[in-house]
Design a protein around this ligand. Structure first.
Ligand code: SF4
Ligand code: SF4
Length: 99
């Protein structure tokens, strides 16, 4: 979805003010609606084709200091059961919950 965001001329909410955004792993098609209103994407259009959710999560951990439970919540919203998002949310659960 980041391409749509750039085409629309949105400011990147993640880079500009540290708002978590699922745009890099989300299917395009909404014309980057949420970032246009200064909100991060919650992935309501579902995962993009071959999303690299682990890479996005690593960036969120490193750059925005996100960790459990915020990472789990981010991937577990509208499309929590989509395989890519489900897998990534489970990776950030405490061990005793994930098993
Ligand atoms: S705001 Fe989100 S969708 Fe837009 S460029 Fe930044 S990370 Fe990508
Ligand atoms: S949450 Fe849905 S409407 Fe909002 S930016 Fe993401 S895909 Fe678009």
């Amino acid at each position: 979805m980041c391409v749509e965001c750039k085409l629309r001329g949105n400011l990147c909410v993640a880079g500009a003010h540290g708002t978590p955004c699922l745009g890099p792993v989300t299917q395009a098609g909404c014309n980057a609606r949420c970032p246009a209103f200064d909100r991060g994407c919650y992935g309501c259009f579902g995962p993009a084709e071959s999303p690299n959710a682990a890479s996005l999560a690593a960036w969120l951990e490193e750059e925005l200091a996100m960790e459990h439970p915020d990472l789990v919540r981010l991937f577990r919203s509208f499309n929590a059961d989509a395989p890519a998002f489900r897998r990534e949310s489970r990776r950030h659960e405490p061990e005793e919950v994930a098993t």
